[in-house]
Design a binder for this molecule. Sequence first.
Ligand code: SF4
Ligand code: SF4
Length: 343
Amino acid sequence: MLYKVLTKNDYVRLVKGLIEDYKMIGPKKKDKAVHDFVHIKDMAELDTNYTRTTIPPAKKILFPPKEKLVEYEIGNEIKIKPVIESEEMILFGVNAWDINGINFLDQFFSTDFVDENYWEKREKITVIGLDIDPIETNFALSMNAEYATEGFDLYLTDLGDRYFTRVATAKGNQLLNSYTEAKEATQKDFKDFDSYMDNYRSKFTNKVDIKSFYDNFELIYDNEEFWKKAAKDCLSCGSCNLVCPTCFCFNVQDDLELNLKKGAKTREWDSCMIPEYGLVAGGHNFRPDKENRLKQRYRCKLKTFYDKFGQYSCVGCGRCIEACLAKINIAEDINSVKKEVNV
Ligand code: SF4
Ligand code: SF4
């Protein structure tokens, strides 16, 4: 890792150069509350001051909500053509917890099975991170996701009059050298960066006791009353999955033309919280009850992948709390486990 400093003018030159020479995806204000990652064609469109959150998360660039996987033709023989769409682009302004979300997806899409549709995109993307203040529902600090140590090419921290810049790859360094006169960080820059981080971390006011949840999960696993109470108001809408930067479930469907000669297989984001998720041929449903679906979602987020990868599949972004019309709050539910086992 190299540590450099950009002046504010350097920053403007960098952003303008990237917009001119690359396809740059960055946060743009969508409405009063929400930003989205879209193709930025002019610096005025870029709004990195997104104190709430982006919906959907930037993972949609790597794992689109709907994506064709193969096309096929049925004749004397069956011809199958894989469809993998990818292009070089810059993903600008992603915050630390969403970069950690991408790091989780990197592990998921390369362990047991390498997902080429994901990786072709991932390898062509240059990630430029940027620190963003957390909103009140964000508990990334408790999930150890408020700081990204990998998964980016450049990471910028706004120190007020300059940007402290972590350079993680040769590609990132080459971009800095092309557009800026970045200088090596001095001792004072490091000191100011440390003060910034102390202040930044103090802004994460939503705290969870994730260790207690993890340690006690098996104790409450069969406690039906606990799960019924937690899922009581759930509408089974699936919004919590759709806004999540780490949810990876998808459904594959066949689109066959009427002549039955050509078709395509397409994947679409799926949700473990909707009743149809556990429905299989013959009409049996493995998870017909919303309390079991919620329990399974929490197990996936807060237990299973910690055991498998040593990393939770929840980065604490708080999006699912914001999106839930029934006010189901994963942070409160994590903390309620400790109270339940201590009763
Ligand atoms: S967003 Fe809320 S109501 Fe909808 S499925 Fe998730 S927990 Fe249930
Ligand atoms: S489960 Fe909720 S808080 Fe955790 S990463 Fe997903 S959307 Fe964010």
